[in-house]
Write a new protein. Structure first.
Length: 240
């Protein structure tokens, strides 16, 4: 019983840290408002307040228990204002996912912004960014929320997989296609190679983070995993 209570306290403390991280995150670059991307300053402030409040509530409570009324109250705007920006709760949740996941992988391969063109350097840089993103506390809590709610709301699972997951693979696949065309690697099926590479990066640490609230991946551990994964992916395991 004492151990169970200790674990609950650890989980609650971790969740409070996660909520603070969401609240202090930099403003999103892309706007997903129904009013369009060019919002006036006052409207933009309200949009950001809604998105931040929704992020905290979805992560803390899940999709089902979170209501638009509660989001309006938490963001200190009217319910009408919330609906002006987001048609319904699904649209709001979609914006939360897109905003949080945009921090993980750039929109396209042309925006990787890596100075060194060597393949291993590019993949290590991309891998570090990817793992640092998906292993952040808010991303782990978001993943838990989606997994928990996907049984009742299957569209949430579709939204996550067909959106951020496939987008990450598409960016890497495009990079592999370009490197293959240049004769630097062999990638007959770029999409499969990208999915395999992303899977190698995650190892079993992703499951460990999901199953052990309070556990955190260190930057040193992420860097080591990325370097070893890139080396294994590019050079293989068999001795030459």
């Amino acid at each position: 019983m004492a151990e169970a209570e200790r674990r609950k306290r650890v989980a609650k403390k971790a969740l409070r840290r996660d909520e603070n991280r969401v609240a202090s995150a930099p403003p999103p670059k892309k706007i997903y408002s129904r009013l369009g991307p060019d919002l006036r300053p006052r409207s933009l402030r309200k949009y950001r307040a809604i998105l931040e409040a929704a992020s905290r509530m979805f992560i803390a409570k899940g999709f089902g228990p979170t209501s638009m009324d509660a989001v309006a109250e938490a963001s200190q705007v009217s319910k009408r204002t919330v609906y002006c920006h987001f048609e319904n709760k699904h649209a709001l949740f979609t914006a939360v996912i897109q905003t949080l996941c945009a921090q993980i992988v750039p929109p396209s391969v042309d925006e990787l912004a890596i100075g060194d063109s060597r393949i291993e350097v590019v993949l290590e840089s991309l891998g570090n960014q990817f793992l640092t993103g998906i292993y952040s506390p808010e991303q782990i809590e978001l993943f838990r929320t989606i997994v928990t709610d996907a049984r009742q709301f299957p569209e949430l699972g579709d939204l996550m997989f067909d959106g951020p997951v496939k987008h990450s693979e598409r960016v890497v696949a495009e990079y592999f296609r370009r490197q293959a065309a240049a004769g630097k690697i062999k990638a007959p099926t770029a999409e499969l190679a990208a999915a395999q590479f992303m899977g190698m990066l995650k190892t079993n640490l992703h499951v460990k983070l999901l199953m052990k609230p309070g556990f955190r991946a260190t930057p040193k551990e992420i860097k080591r995993i990325t370097k070893d994964s890139v080396d294994l992916f590019l050079n293989g395991a068999r001795r030459r």
